[in-house]
Design a protein around this ligand. Sequence first.
Ligand code: NAD
Length: 451
Amino acid sequence: MSPTQLPIVKPATGRLGILTPGMGAVSTTFMAGVIAAKKGAAKPIGSLTEMGYIRLGKRTEQRNSLIREFLPFARLEDIVFGGWDIYADNAFEAAANAKVLNHEHLAAVKDELSQVRPMSAVFDNAFVKNISGPNIKKGKNKLDLAEQLREDIRNFKKTNNCDRVVLVWCGSTEAYIKPGLPEHATIAAFEQACRDNSPNIAPSMLYTYAAIMEGAPYANGAPNLSVELPCLIKLAEDKGVPIAGSDFKTGQTLMKTIVAPGLKARLLGISGWYSTNILGNRDGEVLQDPDSFKSKEVSKLSVLETVLEPERYPDLYGDLHHLVKINFYRPRGDNKEGWDNIDIFGWMGYDMQIKINFLCRDSILAAPLVLDLAQFLDLSARSGFKGIQEWLSFYLKSPLVKQGLRPEHDLQVQKLKLENTLRYLGREELINHLGLTYYGHDEADASKIGN
Ligand SMILES: NC(=O)c1ccc[n+]([C@@H]2O[C@H](COP(=O)([O-])OP(=O)(O)OC[C@H]3O[C@@H](n4cnc5c(N)ncnc54)[C@H](O)[C@@H]3O)[C@@H](O)[C@H]2O)c1
């Protein structure tokens, strides 16, 4: 490819609106952290776009750049927040209810958060059973509701004088829907199903549809099926809109995708992996409903299977017993505690055990992911990328990939993919970690192998 065919990254001029369907614990912690960072009241810890560096060129060049200085991103000062929720609480009230942040941090961001009021939501109790609220749209059918969401996006953009908007789903986990239904195959079938109020069209799908139709990049932070519908992937490609999903990779699954690839790299066998956790936030309450839990379970279970490739390594992973439990336990609130017991075996089959006890904070882990996903998707859009953004798998438990491709779950491989995508966009040499040039070899020879 000649340099003239490389993507041209447009500058991040003007304001970027970040809209979240769902303004609960994750969304309001994200907003509060960005506002606090702008004011110097807290550091945006965990955000690559704010604090991450990227190596450029050979190790001997000693060139490292802050990612945000290497490529153009919206400045925090230029980010405007909005969202939808079934409750009418403003973002300050919702953050106070979520009890993630302490009084000092909340007080520091009270004025700004109080101004973020949720737009009325598209909601259906058939998909999220354990909650109900008054701030809900009415419409003659599901397509009409999607049109109302489109209008919300347009109005938000206009009222807040935004150049661009991105949506990141931070709503509750909806009930599991089997992939592959005819209503989800083509956009014509999808729109007809919306007109017919089909029970197979979930609210999250309507937000995704509305975003893509309005040219707004979209990421799905929950495991329910939305952005992965074939018709919506196609729509995103046709409309030139980048999409990413699904399910923020935080907590227990983050640990899994750090530990499992390491064990596999050393060809240590695994006979069992038991994960259980307790949490007491609203997310945990919603997940008590078996239909919502099923979405989460499928997302959590698929990770190990893909990392370990039992079909290739039947002796090591062919008989793996993998269990995932989530228990709603109110006293812990957002401070989830996870336990993992991993039964492994080594040389000649001798068994060993690993125990991980992670006392984490769910929304503290998820908040920087909302910022990074929004910033990177906006970068994608300004670079002319469209459809599935596999390079953002780094943030997601169930990474969206082109049909027929195996998703990559190994966190370090995902990070490399992300960094090389940034180098590609910044027209810097891709780094393959071969490192033989330092020892007198000509790496150019490597490109001749196989020719
Ligand atoms: N915190 C984490 O580490 C993490 C990790 C992975 C995924 N997630 C997912 O992120 C999502 C948000 O988590 P949370 O802790 O903020 O949950 P939360 O319950 O605090 O907030 C979700 C909010 O979404 C609202 N909502 C539900 N359906 C809606 C709809 N159709 N339209 C608009 N609003 C709607 C609810 O009223 C609620 O206020 C959940 O689906 C959760 O499973 C969280």
